[in-house]
Ligand binder design. Sequence first.
Ligand code: C2E
Ligand code: CA
Ligand code: CA
Length: 715
Amino acid sequence: MASVKSSTRILLVEDEQRVSESLQELLELYGYAVHAVCSGHEATAWLKYEPCDVVLLDLNLPGMKGEQLLDFIVSGELDTAVIVVSGEASNDSGLDALRRGADDYLRKPYAPDQLIRAIENAARKQQHAKENAALESRLIESEKLHRYIVESSPDLIYMLDRDGRFTFVNSRIESLLGFRKNELLGVHYSTIVHEADQEFSRGIFNERRTGERAAHNIELRLKCRNGAVRGHQHFLPVEVNAMGMYGPGDAPAEARFNGTYGIARDISDRKRAEEIINFQASHDLLTRLPNRFLFKDRLTQAVAQARRNPQTMAVMFLDLDRFKMVNDTLGHLIGDQLLQSVSKRIVHCLREGDTLARAGGDEYMLLLPQAGRRTEASEVAKKILNELHQPFIVGDHELFVTVSIGIALYPEHGENPDMLIRRSDIAMYEAKSRGKDSFEFYRDDMSTVISDYVSLEAGMRRALTGNQFVIHYQPQVNVATGKVTGVEALVRWRHPTRGVLAPGEFIPIAEESGLIVALGEWVLRQACQDIAMWRKSLPNLRVAVNFSMLQFEQAGLVEMIVSILEEYGVPGEALEIEITENMIMKDVENTVRKLRELSSHGIRIAIDDFGTGYASLSYLRRLPIDTLKLDHSFVRDIHTGSSGASIASAIASMSQSLDLNLIAEGVETELQMNYLRSIGCNEMQGFVLSPPLPADAAGRFVMREPESLAGMRAG
Ligand code: C2E
Ligand code: CA
Ligand code: CA
């Protein structure tokens, strides 16, 4: 008890000086800290400022009575124990003191060890009381803390009873859905679930499972009270996790089931991002016209219909003349505004049922299902040429734009969508070469490009055996760390007479002729050989290899890849395969199966040109995907307030929420780099870091110290 003793402070209230002195001596001998006073007034003055554990109080005081002092201590809830000492004669006064709240009493005369025992007891009791009070206040605090965590959670937290009625909701319900907490207690959950989701969400709100198997990230819509809350519509998209609640005991689970507990997270930001991404998958954001994918879709449908119900139609390819000059001399912003105005005027010349699409840059494609005869098509073309003759006012500039139009008719010039598009394109070139500002119908003697195809295809077969293909590698850099994380393999053709050809000039032909299968295998083999060498110094380096649809359709694709990896001793995680969204959508089942197999070998999967394709995001979420490559068109469009920037940030936040790696492609400027960093996209590929390099130069680049990339980290 030494520790209790030495820290125990005693106030001695005794008017007889002789008694007081001897008591003080005795108590100090036992190691207590003692302060002595001789009146009630002195005692109250002391107690006001000095903490004290035990008051030893003689009831028999002059002036202020001992009982009064006792009342003062008890009623003021002073943190101290009181031992009362009563006179010899009075038996009752001690009992009375206990009733008034004293902790103990001693009757004079008492033996010293009686006194010491009484003080020890009182001090111990006092200490326990203090510890209890501290514990209690901690409990109150932690209860407050839990309540605070639940109430201030950004998520909706609720509990339902066995019948699906709310027994608890946190305050978040008020800002999210506009209901007050109390108004929902006892109310059935279906009151706040969107009608269309009632049926399928029944299981979530009656969830009985717990742990891993319980309902996990289920998306559904909740109803808002009286429609609009927070500016959004009448419902709120959420993601719900729920589990069953069970009471303790040995009774069967069914008897212990108390209801369901769940958390609903507001995912409206993510949904909005998805909407933007989905819209731009089929539209051009600048002009809000359909893009080339949607155009191809509509054309395919129209052709299918025209085959069933014989009918003619026209496909036009439009290319603005000298638009590049406007862009180069007046800048992108003026160029963009001009494109918007031009689009409006062309639309003005069309009828319902016609489709105008922006095919990219200053190119448009037009489908006219009701203008299948030459005369009708010429009428429309003339009308467009005419309409554009009026000058455009953009900012302070008066601009003149003309257009060259190529026309292909179905079925006369082509019976399938690709043929119609290609031939309208050829006719457009003819119009351009004949002086622009005009239109041409396709003629067979225009087909120079087609014959090019044939000779390139034959040349490619020889090239494969004759070592004319080479791979250039473009570094992928994490600009936050300055480290090179990977390289993308990009094939080139050193053509014997035409110089070095870019893949855009021969990959489409390789795909059409089937040569891509052999070429792709060659690329993979070469890439594995090079990465195996580099990984000796950089064991985490990856190589990304592009794959075409036709390659993916080959039986034995997975076996081929795995055996090449083994041949060069390259582990699966060193290889990243790049495919496009459209490849997945073309044959979902087959692609998904192969992706899962590849992923089971550790091979990584990247979605190339992400944001330009057609894939539904809900699909992507179910695939074993590691990386999204933000398409360079969004990167290129990054300037203040541009649509490219908003898509880039939508995709960045989406990839963060899906926990995917994001690489931005085609980064050319510091401004783009800084913007991308600001939205959390640190991995980049592009000319500002490095162009694609021949293998030996790429090897030197990746071996460089991260510090040598430090300049890129500025800003
Ligand atoms: P991709 O996969 O989107 O490759 C990126 C393209 O962007 C490359 O063009 C690259 O040189 C270019 N690029 C890189 N940084 C920048 C930049 O900062 N600015 C600009 N404007 N462009 C940049 P490349 O090498 O001409 O390749 C074109 C396409 O050919 C590739 O597009 C890919 O789809 C395809 N391809 C290349 N190699 C192969 C291959 O081995 N197999 C298959 N199936 N396709 C390949
Ligand atoms: Ca690629
Ligand atoms: Ca790409």
